[in-house]
Design a protein around this ligand. Sequence first.
Ligand code: AHG
Ligand code: MN
Ligand code: MN
Length: 335
Amino acid sequence: MSQKNQTLGEFIIENQSSFKYTSGELSRLINSIRLAAKVVNHEVNKAGLVDIIGAAGDTNIQGEDQQKLDVYANEKFIQTLTNRNIVCGIASEEEDDFISINSQDENNNNKYVVLIDPLDGSSNIDVNVSVGTIFSVYRRVTPVGTPVTLEDFLQKGNQQVAAGYVVYGTSTMLVYTTGAGVNGFTLNPAIGTFYLSHPDMQFPENGKIYSVNEGNYIHFPQGIKNYIKYCQMEEGDRPYTSRYIGSLVSDFHRNMIKGGIYLYPKSSKNSNGKLRLLYECNPMAFLAEQANGKASDGFTRILDIEPTELHQRVPFICGSKNMVEKAEEFMRLAE
Ligand code: AHG
Ligand code: MN
Ligand code: MN
C-alpha cells in the first residue's frame, strides 16, 4: 500500500508484517543495507576528487593512502552488518572465505546470512560511470546459535528471502525484493533519504535492447553468436539497439525499465563465463523473476542451480521474458 512521498524507512515498517517470518530481523537487515549504501554513496561521489585531495598532500585521518573503493565498500557493508549484530554470516566477492559472526550475546538468534558484491562494475569508477552494490539474503540452514558453515551459503537461489542492488548513478537508487515484487527507491542526497520512486517494477515482456560484450564475440558459443546475429537482423522490430555499460547493475537496471536482455555467456576463454552465481547472478535472477523477467544460464533456470563453491561462475542471460526465451531457443538449436 504505497502512499505519496513514502520513504524507504516507512515502506520497510509498513511491509514488515507481510514477511513470512515476522521477527523484524529482516527489516533491520534491509535498514542496515540502506545505511551502508548511503555511506558508500557518499564515498563514490567523491571518487573524482581523490587525485585532487591527494595532490594537496592530504591523506586520511589514520595517515593511510586512499583506499580503493571496492575495498572501502566491502569494509563498510561488512562493518555495518557486523556491528549491528543482525546477521550470523557474510560472504563477499572481495573475501576469500565467508565470515562467521560471533556475537558477544549468548542468545544470538540471528537467522540470516548475506552475500554481497560490494562494488560491481568497479572498472567504471575511474571514468565516472555508474557502479553498484548487489546483495542477497538467505535463512541459515544450520541451527541458530552455532557458527555458520559453508552449507548456509551454498543454497540454491530459489531459497533467497531478499535480494537487491544499489545503483550509484546520476541518481542513487536502492532496488530490492523480499519476494513480493520489486520496488525502487531514489536517494534525495540533500537530506539523505530514499523515497519510493519506482513501485512494483516490471520488465516489459519484450524489449529492443541487447547488452553483451561483443568484443568477445569470436569466443562465444555458436548459439549466442546466432542470437546476436538475430538481434542485428532487419526484420519486424529488429535490429535491436546495443547497449553495454560494463556494470551489471546498471545494464540490468536500464533493461528492466526499458525492456532488454543482458548476456554474459561462457566463451572459449572462460568456460563458465565471468559472473559469480552467488554474488551477482542469483540476486539479479531473483529480482528479474520478481519483476516478471527471466534469468537462465542458456539451458537452466539460474535460481535452480545447485552451488558447489562460494566464488562459482556461471553463464548468465537475463532480462525481458520473451527475449531470454528466444536466446535459450538459439542455444538449444545449436547444441
Ligand atoms: P565486478 O566489478 O564486481 O568485478 O563486476 C564486473 C562485472 C559486471 O558488473 C560487468 O557486467 C562485467 O563484469 C563486465 O565484464 P567485461 O568487462 O568482461 O565485459
Ligand atoms: Mn560484480
Ligand atoms: Mn565487485
